[in-house]
Design a protein around this ligand. Structure first.
Ligand code: CTP
Ligand code: MG
Length: 181
């Protein structure tokens, strides 16, 4: 696969995993998942991880994957790359894994004594993408074996932090997020 196809395939394949976190920022609020519970004097997850944000993020990611399936033919023709489709298991696994990765990282941050919103470089930028990749490999090993080749995965891991920082700075500048990470 030529380098352009690797980048295009990686970004396309991860779109349903990228969107949920941003949607959670927009729709989040209400009942926190940990229901306010603490362990050893620290919140399990904190007020930044809510049912509404998590469910909304997953739902929008699923809808996006279905939408991408519908347009992958024509878009592939325009960009000159045969884009992968998302079978049902992958459609659910990408956004769900992304949200789970973010939740796990949030729990890890609380255990490390970092308050809600504290920045932990690398973890903040890769938690959702690693969650999405791991869950997808588990539920759809065959699809993952074809689409998520080593160059594609390496490209995803290298480009995601840059894109994530960019969108978060933008969300902060627009007043949609309290901190720019
Ligand atoms: N959000 C949510 N539910 C999620 C993830 C995010 O409601 N599962 C919303 C919350 O309003 C959260 C905002 O999106 O404050 C930003 O998300 P994020 O940066 O992941 O959370 P933080 O507030 O930074 O909390 P943490 O330190 O636990 O990551
Ligand atoms: Mg955060």
């Amino acid at each position: 696969m030529d380098p352009v196809a690797v980048v295009v395939t990686g970004l396309w394949a991860m779109l349903p995993a990228y969107l949920p976190n941003n949607v959670a920022v927009l729709v989040g609020g209400g009942q926190p998942i940990d229901a306010g519970r603490s362990w050893r004097g620290r919140r399990l997850l904190g007020d930044g991880k809510t049912w509404r944000g998590t469910a909304g993020g997953i739902m929008v990611g699923v809808v996006l994957a279905a939408g991408l399936n519908a347009i992958r033919g024509p878009v592939g023709t325009v960009v000159g790359v045969e884009l992968p489709g998302f079978p049902p298991a992958v459609t659910v696994a990408l956004p769900t894994g992304a949200m789970l990765g973010d939740l796990l990282a949030s729990g890890a941050k609380r255990r490390l004594g970092r308050e809600r919103g504290a920045s932990v470089p690398v973890l903040d930028q890769l938690d959702f993408v690693i969650g999405a990749l791991v869950l997808t490999v588990v539920v759809a090993p065959e699809w993952s074996g074809t689409v998520l080749s080593l160059p594609v995965v390496v490209t995803i891991l290298a480009l995601t932090p840059i894109l994530h920082v960019g969108t978060n700075v933008l969300a902060y500048a627009l007043g949609m997020k309290g901190v720019p990470w």
